[in-house]
Design a protein around this ligand. Structure first.
Ligand SMILES: [Zn+2]
Length: 396
């Protein structure tokens, strides 16, 4: 009973270990591409200089060579920064792997060290939830208090938030497009149309401010290359040139709609999470849903609120009940009698008591109610009775 199922626990922890590894992979690839690009350009310039031979003035040659030295110095600085970032990500991966490895050493779930591990996991799950919701300062404080900085993916979430802000508040696709350019091959692999959507938005904004000739040039350069997969949408975009932003024509009205910026932000978040193997939902929700699914009964989803149990989290329809909305009902082999007033189980220590009107409540609920004047009131019918009229029932 107390044995820990390590495999089940690891299955839900996949994003925790994969996120820094994915970041590391991308950082290494970006540095590699930068080195290839810069060295190719430097060698091309050197080759031209060598070919020019004596025809090139010494001052010009010195200036070009100085330029090249400057470029290589900048490259070295960038690579040093990348190296630090890579070292940090490697260290994080090791720390996370060591944390999960601890699981195999706990013999039972009652082991105090396992309880400590669970407490730290709850904290890192809360940090993930806070970072996703934009509560960065609180997340930092919690991480600092528990010494859990290496469990928080700050740089990833700060990139998500700054790009979302740029899209929603400044109505600019600049940062998001730059990110798409850096991750083009990965986006192609998952067939994401994010870059097309961003380009389309820039095109729409040009039409909105009547920069039509510029919009046509932009479409030729950036939209037509998507014709293999997005032809109908490109055609619709070109038709948009004939409409003004105050149009009421449905498909074109929605293209001018400013809520498109929020959709782009959501799309960006969903794509970046997909690339870094992070679930769309916070891990906190997934863990809570696991517990809620074991508690959900037909009474929890009844439209009659008197059927709901005040101690049942699934019955709290405005809070945890929302998370349980799409979960299946749990499978119960044994029935439990639960008091409608207190939400407590009725058993031999807290027996069911029948009132003269036929309704049954727990002994504890009725005796608590009878403390004031010895009478009890049925919450369903409003009838009042003397506590002595309640009859004890026996479960057989
Ligand atoms: Zn319930």
């Amino acid at each position: 009973m107390d044995k820990i199922n390590v495999d089940h626990m690891l299955a839900i922890e996949e994003p925790f270990i994969k996120a820094p590894l994915e970041q590391l992979k991308r950082t290494v690839r970006q540095s590699q591409r930068q080195v290839e690009r810069e060295t190719a350009q430097v060698s091309a310039v050197l080759k031209t200089l060598a070919k020019g031979g004596d025809g090139v003035a010494t001052e010009d040659m010195a200036e070009t060579l100085n330029g090249l030295v400057g470029r290589l110095k900048a490259l070295r600085e960038n690579l040093e920064e990348a190296k630090q970032e890579e070292a940090l990500l490697i260290q994080r991966s090791k720390q996370r792997a060591a944390d999960l490895h601890e699981l195999s050493e706990f013999e039972s779930s009652t082991h105090p060290e396992f309880q400590r591990w669970c407490r730290a996991r709850l904290d890192r799950v809360l940090i993930d939830y806070m970072l996703r919701s934009g509560n960065v300062v609180t997340a930092h404080k919690l991480a600092a208090t528990g010494g859990l900085e290496h469990f928080a993916d700050y740089s990833l979430f700060s990139l998500v938030m700054s790009t979302e802000r740029e899209l929603c508040e400044q109505h600019s696709c600049h940062g998001a497009l730059q990110w798409c350019a850096e991750n083009r091959s990965a986006l192609r692999k998952i067939q994401s149309p994010l870059e097309f959507e961003l380009r389309l938005q820039e095109f729409i904004e040009m039409i909105r401010v009547s920069r039509t000739p510029e919009a046509i040039v932009y479409a030729k350069k950036h939209l037509t290359q998507w014709s293999d997969t997005q032809l109908p949408r490109i055609q619709r975009a070109m038709t948009l040139l004939a409409f003004s932003p105050d149009t009421r024509c449905p498909p074109y009205k929605s293209m001018f709609d400013e809520t498109r910026w929020e959709q782009l932000a959501l799309e960006f978040r969903s794509v970046i999470f997909q690339l870094f193997n992070l679930p769309a939902q916070p891990l906190l929700h997934l863990l809570l849903q696991t517990g809620l699914s074991a508690l959900k009964t037909p009474a929890c989803i009844s439209d009659d609120s008197t059927e709901h149990n005040r101690n049942c989290p699934v019955c709290q329809i405005e809070t945890l009940g929302r998370l349980a909305k799409d979960l299946p009902l749990s499978h119960h082999v044994h029935s439990n009698l639960v008091c409608r007033i207190t939400g407590e189980r009725m058993n031999e220590d807290n027996p069911p008591m029948r009132l003269p009107n036929g309704y049954v409540y727990s002994f504890n609920a009725l005796t608590e109610m009878a403390k004031l004047g010895g009478r009890v009131k049925c919450p369903r019918t409003g009838d009042a009775f003397a506590i002595t009229d309640a009859k004890k029932l026996f479960i057989s």
